[in-house]
Design a protein around this ligand. Structure first.
Ligand SMILES: N[C@@H](CCC(=O)N[C@@H](CS)C(=O)NCC(=O)O)C(=O)O
Length: 217
């Protein structure tokens, strides 16, 4: 059955892979599923046709036959459940991998998104300079905790799982801020994710679109 996802017609990051279709593309590549992409403009995302797929008017969405999903956590979980490779067979290990998916989205991503908001959307506010260090401290605190748990391990709990895929996708956003440099084990963790052939294919596909080139293959 054809899988179709949606992505920005033109990503605000110009193709750095920060738009959330990248994590869905990565999961699709890891489990070996081909997919098509429908590109949407910012305007079209708020039109009824897209709102019928995504009530909040965002990307990515996921269509597979009669099934439509939104929210990257749900989409990656669906793929990991239906295809081998992203969730362990052992029930307890599987539950722990799913826990890391939730941790990525509910505990680590929020302060990082807050930092993005503070810098990009609130940078010109009179109180911005005073607030920014507080926001950065909250991010560092989370990274410190995550780094302590990861230790010297390659992945969070055994082999790469959907939990790692979601988690890597989150601090990846911080690369340009320099904050990650203070956490060598997390920088290595993110780099290991980026080095996966499946990630590279996902990244290259979205970068090609944003560079105005058709994807290879
Ligand atoms: N929690 C959602 C967040 C989706 C999201 O924020 N998508 C962004 C692109 S990365 C978007 O569509 N932004 C445009 C907007 O919100 O209008 C998920 O994980 O799928």
């Amino acid at each position: 059955m054809t899988i179709t996802i949606t992505a920005f017609e033109r990503s605000p990051d110009g193709g750095k892979g920060l738009a959330r279709d990248t994590r869905v593309r990565w999961a699709l590549e890891e489990v070996g599923q081909s997919y098509e992409v429908r590109f949407v403009s910012f305007g079209a995302m708020k039109e009824p046709a897209h709102l019928a797929l995504h009530p909040f008017g965002q990307i990515p969405t996921y269509e597979e036959g009669a099934l439509t999903l939104f929210e990257t956590g749900s989409i990656v979980f669906h793929l990991a459940e239906r295809h081998a490779g992203l969730l362990p067979d052992d029930a307890n290990a599987r539950a722990r991998a799913i826990t890391w998916m939730f941790a990525a989205l509910n505990t680590v991503e929020p302060p990082i998104l807050d930092l993005v908001t503070a810098k990009i959307l609130e940078g010109d506010k009179p109180w911005s300079k005073e607030r920014l260090p507080l926001v950065e401290d909250r991010v560092r605190n989370r990274l410190h905790q995550l780094s302590a748990r990861l230790g010297d391990a390659a992945w969070l709990d055994g082999g790469l799982s959907a939990g790692d895929l979601m988690m890597v996708s989150v601090p990846l956003r911080l690369k340009s801020s320099g904050i990650l440099n203070g956490f060598p084990s997390l920088s290595g963790y993110v780099a290991r994710g980026e080095a996966r052939p499946a990630y590279k294919r996902a990244f290259d596909a979205q970068a090609a679109i944003n560079a105005g080139k058709p994807p290879a293959g």
